[in-house]
Design a protein around this ligand. Sequence first.
Ligand code: AMP
Ligand code: MG
Length: 345
Amino acid sequence: MQTHVLPVDAERPELKVISKAAGILRRGGLVAFPTETVYGLGANALDEAAVQRIFAAKGRPATNPVIVHVADIASARDLVAEWPEQAERLAERFWPGPLTLVLPKIDLVPNMVTAGASTVALRVPAHPVALALLQAAQFPIAAPSANCSTALSPTRAEHVLYGLDGLIDLVLDAGPVPGGLESTVIDLTVKPPRILRPGLVTPAELEAAIGTVLRPRAHAWADSSEPKKSPGMLERHYAPRTPLEGVAGNSVERVRELSTQGLRVGWIAFSDVAKQGATATVVRILPADPGACAKELYAVLHELDAAGLDRIVVALPPATEEWLAVRDRLRRAATCFADGNGFED
Ligand code: AMP
Ligand code: MG
């Protein structure tokens, strides 16, 4: 299959381009499109065969459900058996935006989408291209991130092609996405609601809207007896091919140690000060603000992963709640830890 790439204006998507993409989806095809979080790989959520193609293209296990994107609150309500007060409040406050609500599904939603679960994960994305596509399609669009299973998420069209070229019909290229990290997933079928995957909407923001919410279960992914309620919990996920190490303490020392062993090291730090005495082959400094960092994180990981390095060393950001999502992705990208497990949160 040949994968076509169509440029599209990120602010004012051209009707012609959107109609073409919607047509492909209507005929059961796969279209990668930008959302405000990462690029998604979309299929008609109500067409089981089309959704099956998402799993095949990504090499995604059938046990990992996909998020269903809808155009508005009314379309979300059409797919669920219950729409509790908390859903209404969160949707009013955060949609369109990077928050995914898990609710009891109706039979219309194929089991393939939810990996057999009786719940469906729903979100109204904020990116103008994603919204235009949903409005043109007139059906819900199932879309996980547009990358091969467990690999780094795509924040640019090039990242999508890197893993999926030849496996999907179309990529809508609107340039780099504004958010850079996957949505927050919250389970509203339990009391109090629980965050299944941390993301761009923080626990504090959720609590301001609906009161107490439980944090993601720390280390739940390490316990194989725990049923994986949300596959964001898979231990290795969002990972580069190059071994990545998270360092909570002095990463300068660790980089020096590895360089002395003759390894080509890529170093990701959060402060320019860290550059002093750097012995790494490549150094990248990420912004010391969680939102700004999230926007750049995957692009930097993609870049270092393509640089032919032996090791990527990441100086871990602080263990505070505003860094929860970034630390969560780094934890699952990491293969080893230099100083014990720096992830105690
Ligand atoms: P991604 O492939 O990165 O878009 O991931 C989609 C994520 O949505 C999964 O990893 C799950 O965490 C979450 N998800 C989707 N559907 C459900 C569901 N029915 N219940 C719980 N989590 C879900
Ligand atoms: Mg993903």
